[in-house]
Design a protein around this ligand. Structure first.
Ligand code: ADP
Ligand code: ASP
Ligand code: MG
Length: 411
């Protein structure tokens, strides 16, 4: 008998029929004697629908109220699933994030889990119930509802598994594992047997939707054993390893996202403290800055470029226009038709020439690099959005990640 946390994503609970299928699956696990904590997402498309409603009512929705709205998607699925389980004879109970008390900070829309109160969960498990928890949400110290950022139900699942010291965390989604890149973009993507926790965090933060776990304040720890599976195929797939001792490929995966926008402030007087004057007010508005480039100065002025989430583009532009006036910069320009492509791999630590190989592959296809950033185990480039798929495919084959071609000769 084991304690298992199972997370079912939007597609897995995308219709009443699918919820019934999930309930049957849970019944089977329960019959084997396991203790089960179930985390569910909103039904597929629901979170987007709610965002659409909010934007229809207000172009720049209030962030606190946005979370009040977005958290309802998951609240519907926990109720439906609990109802279905009870109706087929499985004792179950649903809880929102706030009811469990998944305590987060107050960064609406991207809150980080700080503490999970397990008392209620343990008591319900001891009473023999399947506990169903709404993913993607929590509550801050003042009792405000918060959400954890898109895809945040994965984080809830992994964090609950860590807090409860579960034997396993199973992520049910529409793919049977973590691939070298999104299999919807590169058909020859390969399923990874193993990936280090560090790489998975990096891939997730760089846009791989499959397992959207977040590091930092989240109590998720590296010992969590995690598998990814579809509802119809059994869980036997990916393991998040603390470290892989065996020989590693240089690059394990390619992540990409279209979530960012690029802001440029031109003709900035090149004086000490200017970067702070530009970025200080942006950070003070709780807007996360990702990549930053400052050009070489010409005539004592320079151009300063950085990226933020596309949702924050408007607010950032407003702040920058004010800053530009204050510091005497020439103009502010925003561009959201960009994409970020990243190669990730712990093997990079012990191999030289990875960046040049990446840049050479992109240049062969005439893909212009707008920005670059590197860390120990990743290299990211910002490119024109229209080249995104070409870039991902090009890098996937340049780093020899393609699955061997199927032998098409045999009948
Ligand atoms: P869920 O609703 O179950 O959380 P998501 O749509 O958030 O599912 O995540 C699953 C999707 O992630 C897949 O359908 C796939 O297109 C995408 N994806 C992106 N990168 C990867 C990757 N490296 N491996 C597998 N799937 C990926
Ligand atoms: N429903 C949320 C989203 O669509 C969270 C999740 O599905 O993980 O982003
Ligand atoms: Mg997801």
């Amino acid at each position: 008998m084991a304690l298992i946390v199972q997370k079912f994503g939007g597609t897995s609970v995308g219709s009443v029929e699918r919820i019934a299928q999930v309930a049957e699956k849970i019944k089977g696990f329960k019959a084997q004697g396991h203790d089960l904590v179930i985390v569910v997402s909103a039904m597929s498309g629901e979170t987007n629908r709610l965002i659409g409603l909010a934007r229809d009512i207000c172009a720049d929705p209030d962030q606190r109220e946005m979370d009040v709205i977005l958290s309802t998607g998951e609240q519907v699925t926990i109720g439906l699933l609990a109802m279905k389980l009870k109706s087929i004879g499985v004792p179950a109970i649903s809880y929102t994030g706030a009811q469990v008390r998944i305590e987060t900070d107050s960064s609406f829309g991207k809150a980080r889990i700080q503490h999970i109160d397990e008392a209620k969960l343990r008591a319900e498990l001891d009473a023999g119930k399947v506990v169903i928890v709404a993913g993607f949400q929590g509550v801050d110290g003042q009792g405000n509802i918060t959400t954890l950022g898109r895809g945040g139900s994965d984080t809830t699942g992994v964090a609950l598994a860590a807090a409860l010291k579960a034997d396993e965390c199973q992520i049910y989604t529409d793919v049977d594992g973590v691939y070298t890149t999104d299999p919807r973009v590169v058909e020859s993507a390969r399923r990874l047997e193993k990936v280090t926790f560090e790489e998975m965090l990096e891939m997730a933060s760089l846009g791989s939707k499959v397992l959207q776990i977040r590091a930092s304040n989240s109590p998720a720890n590296t010992t969590c054993h995690c598998v990814c599976c579809t509802v119809s195929r059994g869980p036997d797939l990916i393991t998040l390893e603390e470290d892989l001792s065996m020989e590693q490929p240089v690059i394990s995966g390619i992540a990409f996202n279209r979530d960012e926008a690029k802001l440029t402030i031109r003709g900035v007087p090149d004086t000490p403290g200017v970067a702070y004057k530009i970025l200080g007010p942006v950070s003070a508005a709780n807007i996360e800055i990702d990549m930053i480039v400052q050009n070489v100065s010409k005539d004592q002025t320079t151009d300063f470029t950085f990226t933020v989430n596309r949702n924050d583009q408007r607010r950032t532009e407003e702040i920058l226009r004010k800053v530009a006036t204050d510091i005497g910069a020439r103009e502010v320009a925003g561009d959201s038709a960009i994409a970020k492509v990243s190669i990730v791999g712990v093997g990079m630590r012990s191999h030289a020439g990875v960046a040049s190989k990446m840049f050479e592959a992109l240049s062969r296809h005439g893909i212009n690099i707008l920005m670059i950033s590197t860390s120990e185990i990743k290299i990211s480039v910002v490119i024109d959005e229209k080249y995104l798929e070409l870039a991902v495919r090009t890098l996937h084959s340049a780093f020899e990640l393609d699955a061997p071609e199927q032998d098409s000769d045999h009948i």
